[in-house]
Write a protein that binds this ligand. Structure first.
Ligand SMILES: NC(=O)C1=CN([C@@H]2O[C@H](COP(=O)(O)OP(=O)(O)OC[C@H]3O[C@@H](n4cnc5c(N)ncnc54)[C@H](O)[C@@H]3O)[C@@H](O)[C@H]2O)C=CC1
Ligand SMILES: CC/C=C\C[C@H](O)C(=O)/C=C/C=C/C=C\C=C\[C@@H](O)C/C=C\CCC(=O)O
Length: 262
């Protein structure tokens, strides 16, 4: 299988989209390290996956992406156990406008911290073997969601970080591709909890639900298939893949040519 011998790390792996990412990576032959702050859910998933794929194909580590210490230890354990990291699914995230500073700390600062610490092991200039980092952004990383402006900001940040790191990696010779996955509404616990997590914008919950009703909700397995596309297609670097129930598209962004003023 395409990912035989590859070592993947998934953050937020215990539930939702991260769980589906873990499963499709295993189905395609990868060994997967599951990182999540929800220890009960992570251990439960590991137990189920052991039965299906064997104990040696996965490792669950309790890891909070807000903690540099946790992430460093998780990546160290990964490299000690499996010899390296080839694929990072930088997926952990929350949606809660009431605790917006924490949401920034997890969705944006956490994603950057995880990517930077993974670079220390993946970067060819640092003895790594290169690979691919897929950051889970969102459709809200491409356009505004009025009911969750800070969530929108975090996801716009993830898209921008991804595209800039893709260019930096190419220019520097890291040997790592960076791509952003931008799903619309996906049926997960995060999505189900939205009405109670809009804070100042709770009065806009109905409008958001109407948008979701109109656009439809995606399954986690469909999102995971798009992850696999970004992992397997070595031509993809610096891409933002929009995933909707009406199909998927690679977003075209404005190009600013550097030219002197008049
Ligand atoms: N559900 C949706 O409609 C969409 C979700 N997304 C993004 O997809 C990613 C996954 O979301 P879902 O699967 O929907 O959510 P979920 O709530 O179902 O699963 C998120 C997982 O991340 C873990 N997590 C949360 N904070 C963490 C932390 N500090 N450290 C480590 N793990 C942590 C949770 O324990 C959970 O297992 C998020 O980044 C989210 O913003 C993007 C587009 C659509
Ligand atoms: C309320 C948030 C619900 C779920 C979280 C998930 O991450 C998410 O943000 C889902 C977003 C769905 C957005 C749906 C419509 C957005 C419309 C506009 O903001 C335009 C957005 C993108 C346009 C991209 C493009 O077509 O070029």
């Amino acid at each position: 299988m395409a990912l035989n011998g590859k070592i993947a790390v998934v953050t937020g792996a215990a539930l939702g989209i991260g769980k589906a990412m873990t499963e499709i990576l295993l189905q395609n032959g990868a060994t997967v390290v599951l990182l999540d702050v929800n220890e009960a859910a992570g251990k439960s998933l590991k137990e189920a996956l052991d039965k299906q794929y064997g104990r040696e194909k996965t490792l669950f580590l309790n890891c909070d992406v807000e903690s540099e210490e946790h992430i460093k230890a998780a990546f160290q354990k990964t490299v000690e156990t499996f010899g390296g990291i080839d694929i990072l699914c930088n997926n952990a995230g929350i949606l809660n406008e009431r605790t917006w500073e924490k949401m920034i700390s997890i969705n944006l600062v956490g994603a950057i911290r995880v990517a930077y610490l993974a670079l220390q092991h993946m970067n060819k200039l640092a003895g790594g073997r290169g690979g691919v980092i897929v950051n889970t952004a969102s459709m809200a990383g491409l356009g505004p969601l009025m009911s969750c402006p800070v969530y929108t900001a975090t996801k716009h940040g993830v898209v921008g970080f991804t595209r800039a790191m893709a260019a930096a990696s190419t220019a520097s010779g890291y040997g790592i591709r960076f791509n952003a996955l931008c799903p619309g509404f996906v049926q997960t616990d995060l999505f189900s909890a939205i009405p109670s997590n809009l804070g100042h914008y709770s009065h806009l919950a109905d409008a958001t639900q109407q948008m979701a009703d109109m656009m439809g909700t995606l399954t986690v397995s469909l999102v995971a298939e798009c992850l696999l596309e970004l992992v397997n297609d070595e031509t993809k670097n610096g891409e933002a893949l929009l995933v909707t129930t009406n199909g998927n598209k690679y977003i075209t962004f404005p190009v600013f040519t550097l030219s002197r003023g008049p």
